[in-house]
Write a protein that binds this ligand. Structure first.
Ligand code: TXA
Ligand code: MG
Length: 370
């Protein structure tokens, strides 16, 4: 299949993409979080095509993207008042809500579940596409299953060229990691995947929100509620380890324990240097064994390193820039053929919690404390 790539701002591009979607084809498009791989959410065939293009297990449900708030009531069988408060506060935007579904939504779209994930993206191109096509668009991240989510059209093309009908190129995305998922079907709303909309932001609107324990302490035997969280995700091909200062366990990554080396360095005198010394030592050993090594760091710290290929996640360890570059950096590790990748850890303030959640997953929870 020939994959057409067009700039989303080109005259007629959104109309062409809409025709493809209405005819049952697949179109990748930018959102404010990551690029999505869209198909008609109410078509069993389109959902199956999405799974096969991505090489994704068909029990991993898709998010349905809408452009009008009222569309929630057409897809969800009940919409609790707290969900309505969240919709008004954060839509359009990087938040996905889980509801009990109406029969209209086929089981192929929801991975066989009785619930449906719904999101109204804020990216103007994504909203235009949903409106112009006149359908609900089912869209997982537009990567091959297991690869980091795409934050540019080139990432999408590298993974899915010749497997989908069209890519709408809207340039690099703004946020860089996927939406916050909140399950609204239980007595207490629960975060299934952290993102740009934090627990604190949600709680300011609706009071207490739970976090799925599987996010805080990944347990291979546990069955996470968001089926996608059980698969290996975001993983670069090389072996990735996070090197952090202080003491802790993997669970601290989501608990807000301070082991950021960028922002809080003053209260942890010498922390950056200790982390860098350990990374330099590990790289020396690995390079002596002939391994290609990469370091994930920021401009602020890069001069502390004496070996390995430096891959920059931003100027300093502030959450938003690191989030925007994380997936692209993981792809760069693959492009340069890195065997061993060592990463600093980052502040868990605001979006930083979601950054550490993705980084810990990419590292298979491997973290060393120095
Ligand atoms: O930011 C985003 O959410 C992006 C853009 C394209 O909108 N989409 C995205 O989709 O990240 P995907 O398919 O890569 O991740 C969707 C996650 C998966 O972990 C899936 O298991 C979970 O949402 N999910 C979908 N429907 C669900 C449901 N009914 N119950 C629980 N989890 C669900
Ligand atoms: Mg994904």
């Amino acid at each position: 299949m020939n994959t057409v790539i067009r700039k989303i701002s080109d005259a007629g591009a959104i109309e062409q993409a809409s025709d493809i979607l209405r005819a049952g084809g697949l179109v990748a498009f930018p959102t404010e979080t990551v690029y999505g791989l869209g198909g008609n959410a109410l078509s069993r065939d389109a959902a199956q095509k999405i799974y096969s293009a991505k090489g994704r297990p068909s029990d991993n449900p898709l998010i349905v993207h809408i452009a009008e708030l009222g569309d929630v009531y057409k897809l969800a069988s009940d919409v609790p008042p707290k969900a309505e408060l969240l919709m008004h506060a954060f839509w359009p935007g990087p938040m996905t809500l889980i509801f009990n579904k109406k029969l209209l939504v086929p089981p192929e779209t929801t991975g066989g579940l009785d619930t449906v994930a719904i999101r109204m993206p804020s990216h103007p191109g994504a909203l235009s596409l949903i409106k112009e096509s006149g359908i609900y668009i089912a869209a997982p991240s537009a990567n091959t299953s297991g690869r980091p989510s795409p934050t540019t059209a080139i990432h999408v093309a590298n993974d899915l060229s010749s497997r989908i009908d069209m890519i709408l190129d809207g340039g690099p995305v703004g946020i860089g990691i996927e939406s916050t998922i909140v399950d609204m079907t239980g007595d207490t709303p629960a975060i299934l995947r952290p993102g740009f909309i934090t627990k604190k932001m949600l709680e300011e609107i609706i009071g207490h929100v739970d976090i799925d324990p599987a996010i805080i302490r990944p347990d291979p035997a546990a069955r996470p509620k968001a089926p996608g969280m059980k698969y290996t995700h975001y993983a670069p091909k090389g072996d990735l380890t996070i090197v952090a200062h202080g003491e802790g366990s993997a669970s601290d990554a989501c608990d807000g324990a301070a082991y950021d080396i960028g922002e809080d360095a003053a209260s942890h005198a010498g922390a950056k240097e200790r982390v860098a010394a350990r990374i330099n030592e590990m790289i020396r050993d690995a390079e002596a064994r002939g391994l290609k090594c990469a370091i994930l760091t920021t401009a602020e710290n890069k001069n502390l390193y004496t070996g390995g290929e430096i891959i920059l996640l931003g100027d300093s360890a502030s959450g938003p820039t690191v989030a925007a570059r994380l997936y692209s950096a993981l792809r760069t590790c693959d492009d340069i053929g890195a065997d061993m990748i060592l990463s600093e850890s980052f502040s868990e303030n605001e979006i930083g919690g979601a950054v550490m959640n993705r980084l810990m997953k990419a590292a298979g929870q491997q973290i060393i404390y120095v």
